[in-house]
Design a protein around this ligand. Structure first.
Ligand SMILES: CC(C)(COP(=O)(O)OP(=O)(O)OC[C@H]1O[C@@H](n2cnc3c(N)ncnc32)[C@H](O)[C@@H]1OP(=O)(O)O)[C@@H](O)C(=O)NCCC(=O)NCCS
Length: 162
C-alpha cells in the first residue's frame, strides 16, 4: 500500500497530540520540543497548533504512522520550512517520509514558494543524510540555544521547488 497524507484539522487535535508525543518519546534528541512540556499542553493549545501551523499526518494501511509540519518563516528573508518530521520505527524506509516531504513541498509550492528549508541537529546524522538523499542541499551550520545553559549546532538545508 502507498502512504497517503492529510492535513490535521483542529477537530483532530487529539490525533496530532498522539503522533507528536509518540515522536518526542521515541526520538527525544531529534526535536526542539520535549515530551514533559508538550504532554502538559491543554486541548486549546493543540487546537491552536492545528490552526496556526500546517500539520500533516501520513497514513499507511488505515493508520496514521507519520507526522510533518510546514512552518511559517522565521523572518522576512527566510523560507517556509519543514519541521517535526517523524515516522514510526516499524514503518521507516517504506516511503512514508517521502510522501510527507512531497506533500509539504507541494503545499509550499502552492503558496508561491520557490524554495523550502529545514534544520537538523548536527548529531542527527541519519536524518541529514536522509534529507541529502531527498534532494536537499546543505546551506550552513548555526548555533541554537536549546535550554538556559545548553547550545547545540543545527544544519540548515534548502531545496528548490521548481
Ligand atoms: C527521517 C525519517 C522521517 C525518514 O522517514 P522514512 O519514512 O524512513 O523515509 P522514506 O521511507 O521516505 O525514505 C526515502 C528513501 O530514503 C532512504 N532513507 C531512509 N532513511 C535514510 C537515512 N537515514 N539515510 C539515507 N537514506 C535513508 C530510504 O531507504 C528510501 O530510499 P529509496 O527511495 O531508495 O527506497 C525517519 O527516519 C524518522 O522518523 N527518523 C526519526 C526522527 C527524526 O530524526 N526526524 C528528523 C528531524 S529533523
Amino acid at each position: 500500500m502507498c502512504p497517503t497524507t492529510s492535513r490535521i484539522s483542529a477537530v483532530e487535535w487529539a490525533e496530532l497530540r498522539r503522533l507528536r508525543l509518540l515522536a518526542l518519546e521515541e526520538s527525544p534528541d531529534a526535536f526542539l520540543g520535549d515530551f514533559a512540556t508538550e504532554s502538559a499542553l491543554k486541548p486549546s493549545a493543540w487546537k491552536r497548533r492545528c490552526n496556526n501551523e500546517e500539520w500533516f499526518a501520513a497514513e499507511l494501511d488505515g493508520r496514521n504512522v507519520g507526522l510533518g509540519m510546514l512552518a511559517k518563516r522565521h523572518g522576512p528573508d527566510k523560507y517556509l520550512h519543514i519541521e517535526s518530521m517523524w515516522v514510526e520505527p516499524d514503518h521507516r524506509t517504506a516511503g512514508v517520509g517521502r510522501a510527507l516531504l512531497e506533500r509539504l513541498e507541494s503545499e509550499a509550492k502552492r503558496q508561491g514558494e520557490e524554495k523550502i528549508a529545514l534544520w537538523v541537529f548536527v548529531g542527527n546524522t541519519d536524518a541529514w543524510q536522509y534529507y541529502v538523499k531527498m534532494g536537499y542541499e546543505f546551506v550552513r551550520d548555526q548555533d541554537i540555544k536549546i535550554s538556559v545553559d545548553r547550545v547545540t549546532t543545527e544544519k540548515e538545508f534548502q531545496k528548490g521547488l521548481r
